[in-house]
Every structure is written in C-alpha cells, then in structure tokens.
Design a protein around this ligand. Structure first.
Ligand code: UDP
Ligand code: MG
Length: 310
C-alpha cells in the first residue's frame, strides 16, 4: 500500500465557465482525503473560465491553472497537464461531468494494488445514437488497422502512474494520440466500468469534422497499414487495367469487328476508376507526409500565457 502520495488531477477546459464550480463541488469531497493538486488547463477559452478557476484557487491553493495563448486542442491540453503534474499518479478528467469524479476513489485503490494504468470504461453511453455509432466504427477501424489494440469505449478519463506519465512526457513525438500511446506502452492496466452521462452544461466541442480528424490522426499515428492498403489498391487496379487492355486488344486483333470494344464508355469508366484510386492513394500518402512535415517543423505543441496561469 502506498502512503503519503500525491494525486494530480488534470482537467482540460475550453469554455466551461458553468462547469468549474459544479465539478469542484463533486471532485473535492472525493479527493480531499489524499494530498492532491488540481491542474486546470485552459485551452484558450473566451468565456469566464479563467476567472472561475482563479476565484476557486483563492480559497484552495491546491488548484492550479495553466492557460494557453489560444485554443490548441484537447490532446495538447492533456500534454500540458501531464508536464505540469507532480503527482505519484495523474488522473485526467473532463470538466463537463461526463466522467463521474466518484470513480476516482476506486481508481486510486486499483493503482495501490499495483496497476500502472486504470481506465474508466464506458459500459453504457447516454449519448446520441450518432455519437455512439461513430465511436463504435472508429474503434473497430483503429483496431483492425493498428498493431496496438486500443481499448474500446475508453476515453481520456484514466489514472496513470508516474512511470507512465514520465514515459509520455519524454516522447519526442509532437503529435500525441494519448489513447493509443498509453495502450502501446504496455504497462499493467485494468478498468472500471461506468455509465457515461450527457454533458452537464454547454455543448460538445467535438462536432463531426473534429471527430473525423481525431480518428484519422489516431489511425495514422498508430498504424502504417493504410500505406500498404494504398500499395495493394494500386496493384489490384493495375492488374484490372492490364486485364482490360489484354481483353480489348485480343478482340481488336483476333475477332471480327462487331466484337471490338468501341465507344467512349469504356474509356470514361476506366478513367474514373483509376482517377479515384489514384486520388485515394495519394491522399493516404499525403496524410503521412503531412505528419512528417509537422514533426520536422518542430514547432511547440502549445504556448502558455504565463500572465494568466497560476
Ligand atoms: N476541450 C479542450 N479543448 C478543446 C475541446 C475540448 O480542452 O478544443 C475540453 C473540454 O472543455 C472538456 C473536454 O476537453 O473538458 C472534453 O470535451 P467535450 O466534452 O467537448 O468532448 P466530448 O465529451 O463531447 O467528446
Ligand atoms: Mg464531454
């Protein structure tokens, strides 16, 4: 049993002014039996989120705030939280109370038993049909493509031991897909099931296009199989094209003229088909080149506004 440890709670917040007090009122009673710190990472909110956090920190000096210059995205907010955290274990939780703070106790208990990663798994999701379906397709696809199995229905609500956090913090990658990287690390893990509720106040910041980008990023960061897929697609279509040429030439050279392949339909169909295949494959390659380019540029993942941090 670990005694005298520090628990870090990392909360990324983007325009969550209405949720801060609500979250703290549920979170603090759960964790105040431990030594703790709560790190809010303000991801460029343009509402009163910062003021709300500052107000709370005046009466509770375990509350800290890292504030970004602008909106950099949820994953980077997690990065900043992991970097700033000092805890022996670090728990990341959403601000909108979709992740129930009551689970934290059990997570810590599992961690004390020796697990280095404790996931909170959504056994049931009280979310829209569309969100559930798209999430299910995403996990199926990523697991079909990736060599590292990414646990299904597990979001960013999880506990990590200091060793895992250090592993993440020391990665040279800029483009961090934490759900995949944590699984990739292979440290002993377990999960706790819970029912995911609707968000309390405000709207999701993950509309369809952002979810698609997140999914694409996840897949390309864990797997290079799509590149192979591009190659195979190229082989198959070249083979089909070759067969078409042989077929056309054979009829033209060896059969009477009523059997010749004539007209522009064949040309049109094949041009469309090969055009499509080429665009898909170039697109896939482009995704990876884009990633390489971003890594090579080596820009910082986020910029912190020191004046607005505490
Ligand atoms: N969030 C963030 N930056 C963003 C979008 C979201 O820090 O660009 C935070 C947000 O405040 C919340 C968490 O990430 O605490 C999850 O976001 P959200 O609830 O909108 O996503 P969903 O639960 O719908 O997937
Ligand atoms: Mg949410």
């Amino acid at each position: 049993m670990k005694k005298g440890f520090l628990v870090s709670i990392v909360v990324p917040v983007y325009n969550e002014e209405g949720n801060i007090n609500l979250l703290l009122s549920k979170l603090i009673p759960v964790i105040n039996k431990y030594s703790y710190e709560i790190i809010f990472v303000n991801d460029g909110s343009n509402d009163k989120t910062i003021d709300e956090v500052k107000k709370q920190s005046e009466t509770n000096n375990n509350i800290k705030l890292v504030s970004f210059i602008r909106n950099f995205g949820h994953q980077y907010a997690l990065s900043a939280g992991y970097f700033r955290s000092k805890g022996d274990c670090v728990i990341t939780i959403d601000a909108d109370l979709q992740d129930p703070p009551e689970l934290i106790d059990e997570m810590i208990k599992k961690w004390q038993r020796g697990y280095k990663i404790v996931y909170a798994k959504r056994s049931e999701r009280h979310e829209s049909f569309f969100k559930k379906q798209t999430a299910s397709v995403f996990y199926k696809l990523i697991n079909a493509l990736s060599d590292t199995p990414v646990p299904e229905n597990v979001g960013d609500f999880r506990l990590l031991d200091r060793v895992v956090v250090d592993f993440l913090n020391n990665l040279p990658e800029q483009n961090l897909f934490y759900r995949g990287l944590v699984a990739w690390s292979g440290y002993p893990s377990t999960n706790i099931e819970f029912v995911r509720q609707q968000r309390q106040i405000g709207n999701t910041h993950y509309p369809l296009i952002k979810m698609l980008n997140f999914a694409l990023n996840g897949i390309t960061s864990l797997s290079t199989k799509p590149l192979k897929f591009a190659t195979y697609l190229g082989f198959i279509s070249s083979f089909l094209g070759g067969a078409g040429v042989v077929y056309g030439l054979y009829r033209r050279l060896f059969l009477p003229s009523e059997y010749w392949v004539t007209g522009w339909t064949a040309i049109f169909v094949s041009v469309m088909f090969f055009g499509g295949v080429q665009l898909v494959t170039i697109g896939i390659i482009g995704e990876y080149i884009g990633k390489i380019y971003k890594e090579i540029q080596g820009r910082p993942s986020y910029l912190v506004d020191e004046n607005k941090s505490i």
